[in-house]
Design a protein around this ligand. Structure first.
Ligand SMILES: [Zn+2]
Length: 511
């Protein structure tokens, strides 16, 4: 930092230090008599009076902050002519955590200057301003003793020690359970809806303090969120602000106390959390029917998991059926499919918890209608499951065979012309092999076998698919491509087409 190199002192004003203001002003060389008499001597006399109130420690700290020697304490900015620059007095934030170039003066930032003409101020006004400024410089000198990065760390650590945050951490399980339960589809299945709606209304009030802090801050593994943060210094209020732009959240530090954007009555928050937990558990007690059904679903899940291998085979067949280009007749349905799909998607807590709220909040049913099928599913599992699943498998296999398209089979009609499955496969293969390279009209020309100069020069007349739709008109072949796009096999690109996931099972990977 070259602040020391820019400093200019004058024996008439030992408490002041002068800096060149503005980028094009390299150095202070002299100070005109008029400025000395009118403004500087007034400021200096005030400081002479005030300096006795500062401790030696404060003066030392201030001089270290501004890299000053002798008795100088307060900076004054002068312009090229030696006049006061923008009023001359500046806020100390201008010098905090900053370095300055030896080639330029101190750049003027509007937020740090006062723009007041000292000659227009009464002695009383000026004294008030200088007194407050010295206090602000002393505050910034104190801030300067710790590095910028350390302050940020310090504020993050203090956030973790804030009473609301400490309390939230001690009740993490319950607080998160309340939020999960409040969103749970199970609420609609619980008895006494008026109790439930009262509880949800209370949740909105009780959770406000915890919702006022972004979850990245409240529930992070380390201290506060993991994003890079800004720190702002407000010397006039002697306050620091730590701000995360991504979370749009700040905390403030004043006189050793960390403050959140919004403060709440912690004792009240503690009591309220306890109350909504108790209220929910009373609701749960009255709903033993639902709780019992969930436990029975757990039994169904355990029992059905013995048939995982069979279910995986069925699942594979279902996927193949899903991918069929065309379906004839009704697709097979079976209560077994619902049962296994339900069990697969259902999540139950692994361990019991003393609080029904915490336990129930960990129950995830893909559909609440599962609760109505408990009797039916238990009944199913009392049958000979393996042989039932074998029957289902056979039914699916036969459906799949009955629906597999042959090359000679008509897939659809385009302008009264049959579009055979064999042709569709060729189109898909060509699009796959050349995806995004050729525009739609080149693709159709290849397919109908039109050997234009361009096609010959690209050797596309050698492609296997050249002439795959040779008895088609060019405009109809284009319509055939559009029809494949409409049916979800092709996706339009800026140039030509690409395959969709639906088309993938019908192409052969060439290596
Ligand atoms: Zn953040």
């Amino acid at each position: 930092m070259a602040l020391r190199d820019l400093a200019y002192t004058h024996s008439d004003f030992p408490y002041l230090v002068f800096y060149p203001g503005g980028k094009k002003n390299k150095a202070v060389r002299s100070i005109p008599n008029k400025v000395r008499k009118e403004s500087l001597s007034r400021i200096h006399t005030i400081i002479e009076r005030l300096v006795g109130r500062l401790s030696i420690k404060e003066i030392d700290s201030l001089q270290r902050f501004l890299q000053l020697d002798g008795r100088s304490l307060l900076p004054v900015l002068l312009d090229k002519e030696g006049e006061l620059d923008h009023g001359g007095l500046v806020k100390p934030e201008l010098f905090l955590f900053r370095t300055f170039s030896r080639e330029h003066g101190i750049p003027i930032h509007k937020e740090y200057v006062f723009e007041t003409k000292i000659s227009m101020m009464s002695n009383e006004q000026l004294e008030k301003l200088v007194e407050s400024l010295i206090q602000q410089y002393t505050y910034c000198a104190y801030i300067h003793e710790t590095s910028h990065a350390e302050w940020i760390r310090d504020l993050e650590e203090r956030f973790e020690q804030h009473p609301l945050v400490l309390f939230a951490h001690s009740k993490r399980e319950e607080l998160q359970a309340v939020e999960r339960m409040n969103r749970s589809n199970l609420l609609s299945q619980l008895k006494y809806p008026e109790d439930i709606s009262f509880w949800r209304h209370r949740v909105e009030i009780v959770m406000r303090p915890f919702r006022s802090i972004p979850s990245d801050w409240l529930w992070s593994e380390g201290c506060a969120c993991e994003h890079d943060k800004e720190m702002y210094v407000y010397s006039d209020q002697e306050e620091l602000e730590l701000y995360c732009e991504i979370c749009d959240f700040s905390v403030f530090l004043k006189e050793e106390t960390l403050r959140l954007e919004e403060e709440f009555d912690i004792e009240k928050a503690k009591k309220r959390i306890h109350t909504i937990e108790r209220q929910f558990n009373e609701i749960a007690e009255k709903n033993d029917v639902v709780l019992d059904k969930i436990k029975r679903l757990e039994g169904i899940q355990q029992k059905s998991s013995r048939y995982e291998m069979e279910w995986n085979e069925i699942l594979l067949l279902l996927k193949k059926i899903q991918a069929l280009p065309k379906h004839k007749g009704n697709q097979p349905s079976s209560p077994w499919i619902d049962l296994f799909r339900g069990m697969e998607a259902m999540k139950l807590p692994k361990v019991k918890h003393a609080s029904p709220l915490v336990w129930l909040s960990d129950v995830e049913l893909p559909h609440v209608s599962m609760l109505k099928r408990v009797d039916e599913w238990e009944g199913l599992l009392h049958q000979d499951v393996s042989s039932e699943l074998d029957d289902l498998k056979m039914e699916l296999v036969s459906y799949l065979e009955g629906n597999t398209m042959t090359r000679e089979e008509e897939f659809t009609k385009v302008n009264k012309q049959s579009f055979y499955w064999g042709e569709v496969e060729q189109v898909l293969q060509f699009v796959h092999d050349t995806s995004g390279v050729y525009p739609a009209h080149t693709i159709t020309q290849v397919l109908i076998g039109k050997a234009t100069n361009k096609i010959r020069s690209e050797q596309l007349d050698k492609a296997i698919q050249f002439g795959a739709m040779e008895d088609w008109q060019e405009k109809d072949a284009m319509k055939a491509l559009k029809s494949l796009e409409k049916q979800g096999f092709l996706r339009k690109l800026q140039k030509g087409f690409a395959l969709t996931d639906q088309a993938v099972p019908y192409i052969q990977e060439t290596t």
